[in-house]
Design a protein around this ligand. Structure first.
Ligand SMILES: Nc1ncnc2c1ncn2[C@@H]1O[C@H](COP(=O)(O)OP(=O)(O)OP(=O)(O)O)[C@@H](O)[C@H]1O
Ligand SMILES: [Mg+2]
Length: 301
């Protein structure tokens, strides 16, 4: 009797376990069933290598599907080959949204984005993204080794490739990694027992190295250096022009000392571009940019 009872109990708890696990499986299946809203076209055009005329954003408006507000209104800008542009503007002005449209995480509600005159919707998505490297504000921290963290920027090269170390040097991560107990093989983050946690600024250096690893035609840095100390940031941007001399680059930063070196600066406010020009032109204009710059400069004097 007793053995029969235990066996029955075992079966019943097994069944209830199955039921509970099934609840989680439902979530998984729902997730796997999601279809991306952004689809490849049937006959994609090939991405121009190298880009000859540049990227043009033409009167683009955008609205996130879950809100009635427009995140972007009638935004037009251009990036010519080898040019570095900067986006500045208050929080929520639409800078990151514009970058998301550039790499086709969303499609514009109105207007077009073209590269060498070809709408980016006509490229294969993988092909488009292969040609850009982007560090978002909320860049990923992988709990892998330091080497793998950088390698994920371009998984087509072997893990032992020497370009990983040179990318680390360019992003300023080499010194950080060298001082870790196992160098490039140290696991980052505290998820695993042997892992080494980095500071936010040090993580940013690793993310920057990841972006430099890919030989892309466009590099986008969305506040990549916000937590770096002024010396590290100065060093990165001192070399930035040199590092990206053959690439198009977009930098987003609230530190105008960084923005100053861009070939063209676009000032955004509430989803619109309100001023554009070089640092000198914008200072002469005495508008919002000049005011912001003076305010920042003043606090250092
Ligand atoms: N996933 C989303 N869904 C709905 N609305 C969003 C989403 N992401 C951003 N927004 C809205 O879009 C607007 C622009 O946001 P965005 O992130 O582009 O600003 P930002 O200029 O990058 O700001 P910050 O300087 O803080 O990074 C904001 O009003 C925000 O509320
Ligand atoms: Mg942003």
């Amino acid at each position: 009797m007793q053995r029969g009872e235990t066996a029955l109990q075992g079966v019943l708890s097994g069944l209830s376990g199955l039921y509970e696990d099934n609840l989680f499986l439902n979530n998984l299946y729902e997730f796997l069933d999601l279809k991306p809203k952004i689809q490849d076209v049937t006959y994609p055009k090939s991405f121009p290598i190298p880009v000859r005329q540049g990227i043009v954003v033409d009167r683009v408006s955008f609205q996130y599907s879950n809100t009635p507000r427009h995140a972007l209104h009638d935004v037009s800008l251009s990036i010519r080959p080898k040019e570095t542009i900067a986006l500045v503007g208050e929080n929520g002005s639409g800078k990151t949204t514009l970058i998301k449209l550039l790499c086709r995480l969303y499609d514009p509600t109105k207007g077009n984005i073209t590269i060498d005159g070809i709408n980016i919707q006509d490229f294969e998505i993988a092909d488009l993204r292969q040609n850009m490297s982007v560090i978002f504000q909320d860049y990923a921290k992988y709990h892998f080794s330091a080497r793998e963290n950088i390698w994920l920027g371009n998984v087509q090269i072997p893990l032992s490739d020497s370009s990983i170390e040179s990318a680390a040097r360019r992003g300023g991560a080499h010194e950080v990694i060298q001082h870790l107990p196992n160098g490039y093989d140290t696991v980052l983050g505290k998820l695993f027992e042997t892992g080494e946690e980095l500071s936010i600024g040090q993580w940013q250096k690793v993310a920057l190295a990841r972006a430099f690893l890919r030989e892309s035609q466009l590099i986008v840095l969305d506040e990549p250096t916000s937590a770096m100390d002024p010396k590290a940031e100065y060093e990165v941007f001192q070399r930035f022009k040199e590092l990206t001399k053959d690439q198009m680059a977009v930098i987003i930063s609230h530190r105008l000392s960084t923005v100053k070196m861009a070939d063209r600066i676009y000032v955004m406010s509430k989803g619109r571009i309100i001023e554009q020009g070089t640092h000198t032109e914008l200072m002469a204009l005495q508008g919002d940019y000049a005011h912001l710059f003076e305010t920042q400069a003043q606090s250092y004097r």
